[in-house]
Ligand binder design. Structure first.
Ligand SMILES: *Cc1c(COP(=O)(O)O)cnc(C)c1O
Length: 367
């Protein structure tokens, strides 16, 4: 197999998705599987869908188009506000989009008319993280105007926390979202199908709170793919944290001093190297992968191996007691940042691993 590559274990991914779909389902919450970190990979999208997510969400229309062309049976939602320059594509390929600007909604309505489709809208509300969303005090007026737009259907409201400022989902901000949903339904005599509470950072709240209120949907990416929650980056009990592995190949292996010599300026990426303590000679290996393909600081190496540094296309590691011969491979667990970059690099092959037991299990289910 060629390197570098991401090995994506679809059975583990299926397990992660099925487990969270069941746990949240017991609390009346559906899961939107977020595919943006995978560039809308149809294999991953299908795995999430077959594990029971009720919708697929992506922030980029290109990925939604990829999944649509692959014949995705799921409802596809664009979870970032559409660009004005892309409203036609959004109306054509997405069933639903998340919105916070009336101007965009107007243009979406016109585009939907041209497509002869009705386009669903989830209106995003700002709850304190200061990323997307209409300020709560302006929500009713925006909804009033949205309801005048002939080709749009108000599907629900949503919020996103933790991403920009790290604001933690809690009883207070989630109760505010529920209250806003109630108020809109009462004011406009309608029913909101979706009250989407947030992303993987909402899991602890959703599974641990006393009352989820009106929240009936979460949009999950990281928790499904990496089995960990993004607030404290702790593994989630019962999930696989190794569904996705990054494999790179050794291209140089030598005994070298641990300290550089000569006068030190900036490195290729502008930092200065922090002074290293002299550990004498070490077993240093270079892997053919770099900043262009991944986030080297987000790679967890196997026991006994330590990432020392990286440039565009070289990753330097200390291989400790065991020398790694040229041509050998080292396997890393990527964090979210390292995974997203590897998924996006055309130099990193994506290999789907599936053992097949699940396929039998599915056939048994069908009977
Ligand atoms: C990326 C994103 C998500 C998914 O976030 P995870 O932390 O990966 O679960 C959910 N909602 C929105 C709006 C997003 O942009």
């Amino acid at each position: 197999m060629s390197a570098p590559r991401l090995e994506i274990d679809l059975d583990k991914l299926h397990h992660n998705a099925r487990t969270l779909v069941e746990r949240l389902g017991a609390r009346g919450i559906t899961v939107t599987g977020v595919t943006k970190a995978t560039m809308g990979s149809p294999g991953i999208a299908y795995t999430l869908f077959s594990a029971g997510v009720n919708m697929l969400g992506d922030s980029r229309i290109e990925n939604i188009e990829t999944m649509r062309r692959a014949g995705a049976a799921a409802t596809l939602s664009l979870i970032r506000s559409p660009m004005l320059s892309q409203v036609e594509r959004v109306a054509r390929y997405a069933d639903i989009s998340f919105n916070s600007e009336l101007e965009v909604m107007h243009r979406l309505s016109l585009a939907a008319q041209k497509e002869r489709r009705r386009h669903g809208v989830v209106v995003m509300v700002e709850l304190g993280d200061l990323r997307e969303g209409i300020m709560p005090g302006d929500l009713q007026q925006s909804v009033r105007e949205l309801l005048q737009m002939p080709n749009l259907v108000l599907k629900g409201i949503g919020a996103n926390l933790a991403c920009r400022s790290g604001v933690t989902p809690d009883d207070r901000n989630m109760a505010e979202l529920s209250a806003l949903a109630d108020a809109i339904e009462a004011k406009f005599a309608l029913r909101l199908e979706i009250v989407s509470g947030g992303n993987s950072a909402n899991l602890a709240w959703a599974l641990g709170c006393r009352d989820v209120g009106r929240v009936n949907n979460l949009r999950l990416g990281e928790a499904l793919l990496l089995g960990c929650e993004p607030l404290h980056r702790q593994p989630i009990a019962g999930l696989h944290t190794d569904a996705i592995t990054l494999v790179a190949e050794v291209i140089e292996s030598k005994c070298k001093p641990s300290q550089p010599w000569g006068e030190l300026g900036q490195t290729a990426f502008g930092q200065r190297v922090a002074p290293v303590t002299d550990r004498g000679l070490i077993s240093q290996a270079i892997l053919a992968i770099g900043e262009q393909d991944t986030d080297p600081r987000g790679l967890q190496a196997p026991a006994g191996i330590e990432v020392l540094g990286a440039s565009s296309d070289h990753l330097v590691v200390d291989t400790g007691q065991c020398r790694q011969p040229v041509g050998s491979e080292i396997r890393f667990q990527p964090n979210y940042s390292a995974m997203v970059r590897a998924m996006t690099s055309p130099f990193v092959e994506k290999v789907m691993v599936e053992r097949g037991e699940r396929r039998c299990e599915k056939r048994a289910d069908a009977r």
